[in-house]
Design a protein around this ligand. Structure first.
Ligand code: HEC
Ligand code: HEC
Length: 329
């Protein structure tokens, strides 16, 4: 509890002074999973590398840096591409480079590929369209647009030197705890874990924290969080992310069970509608069961069916046009 107390005090300071939260990311006995044998390790270039790379045409450097800026401060595009409090880096920490925090560059070396979520072959652009549509509750930049070029360039450059079409990548994803929820998973215990470990930053109402209109701690539920169709809505995905990334600066501090419980708690709270909504949450759950069997969407909690509503948050539409099926027959 001492470590938690310390971080609580530090957070108080952040809130008052508005200093970067990066200062909090101090190791409190950080425990991260080891890489598996035979996996290849890629060190994605940093912003200093981008600036120092003499082989880059200055015009290309500008495009990559613009893409990086879009990734780090997606909030600049609030009301255009993003309608919640997220930036890409909210879930892809360490600039999208960090192991076990969903590093994004593997998408540049393993796509195009078939994706179960939408049942067809996806390009890198389309993968990014997915995170804009669900995780950011947004309207993605158009295929082939200047902004799409910038953000894909950042992904592609981070993959510099990595093997193409080799998916045995060390540190990819969040180091899954496995997709089977433990039998004794508990909403009530999750609430307790939340109060003790998360509330200080993410708020009692899950809405996070803003200072001078800038997001300091992103929302975990409510209108400004990821929507019901986001990858993070799957309880196992959230549990794995949390286990290895949260509380901020203390990855590995929660037990696996605590991570599962708190993930269930967070992902049983209301949030903007899944863009694939048919008008009925139970029906939508059935239609996309390969995805939603891992979420609480369309199930009952406290006497209500989760996700049975027309609320799309501040996004003016339900489904972005760019989310469309594709077939080669
Ligand atoms: C709310 C959390 C969240 C936010 C915000 C988010 N993502 Fe993701 N992203 C995920 C999750 C979860 C996955 C893994 C999804 C899966 O397993 O299908 C993922 C996967 C990806 C991948 C594929 C990585 C791989 O290993 O192939 C890319 C690329 C990506 N995101 C890009 C982005 C971009 C660009 C943004 C900002 C526009 C963004 N994400 C915002 C949660 C998020
Ligand atoms: C010290 C403050 C702090 C604490 C404590 C903390 N977080 Fe976070 N959390 C953050 C910050 C900051 C980010 C965004 C990371 C970034 O932008 O670099 C984040 C991101 C997240 C995200 C992904 C983005 C989103 O909003 O959905 C989840 C999920 C999350 N935290 C869950 C938790 C859980 C669960 C706990 C408790 C076990 C917790 N956090 C404790 C600061 C904190």
């Amino acid at each position: 509890m001492n470590a938690l107390k310390k971080i609580t005090i530090a957070v108080g300071t952040v809130a008052i002074t508005g200093f970067s939260v990066g200062a909090l990311a101090q190791p409190h006995g950080v425990i991260l999973p080891a890489f598996k044998e035979g996996q290849y390790v890629h060190k994605a270039p940093t912003v200093d590398d981008i600036n120092a790379d003499k082989s880059l045409h200055p015009e290309l450097r500008k495009v990559i840096l613009k893409g990086r800026d879009m990734f780090m401060d997606t909030q600049k595009y609030r009301g255009k591409y993003v309608f919640n409090d997220m930036s890409c880096k909210s879930c892809h920490m360490g600039e999208g480079r960090m192991a076990w925090s969903g590093p994004v560059w593997p998408a540049a070396t393993t796509l195009p590929d078939f994706r179960g979520k939408n049942g067809h072959v996806n390009s890198l652009e389309e993968r990014i369209v997915g995170c804009f549509s669900f995780s950011m509750n947004g309207i993605p930049p158009a295929y082939g647009s200047d902004d799409m070029l910038a953000i894909t360039s950042y992904h592609q450059y981070m993959a510099k030197g990595a093997k193409v079409y080799d998916s045995n990548i060390a540190g990819r994803g969040f180091n899954s705890l496995g997709n089977q929820m433990p039998k004794d998973i508990s909403y009530e215990k999750g609430q307790q874990v939340y109060t003790e470990n998360c509330q200080v930053c993410h708020g009692a109402d899950g809405a996070g924290k803003k200072v001078d209109g800038k997001v300091v701690f992103p929302a975990l539920w409510g209108d400004n969080s990821y929507n019901w169709g986001a990858g993070m809505i799957r309880v196992f995905t959230a549990a794995s992310f949390i286990k290895n990334n949260m509380p901020l600066g203390q990855p590995g501090r929660l037990s696996d069970k605590e991570a599962w419980d708190v993930a269930l708690y967070i992902n049983s709270q209301e949030r903007p509608q899944d863009p694939r909504y048919t008008g009925n949450a139970k029906e939508t759950r059935e239609k996309f069961l390969n995805f939603h069997k891992f979420s609480m969407y369309g199930t009952e909690r406290n006497g209500k069916i989760l996700g049975q509503h027309d609320n799309t948050g501040s996004k003016p539409i339900l489904k972005p046009e760019l989310l469309r099926p594709r077939s080669f027959e």
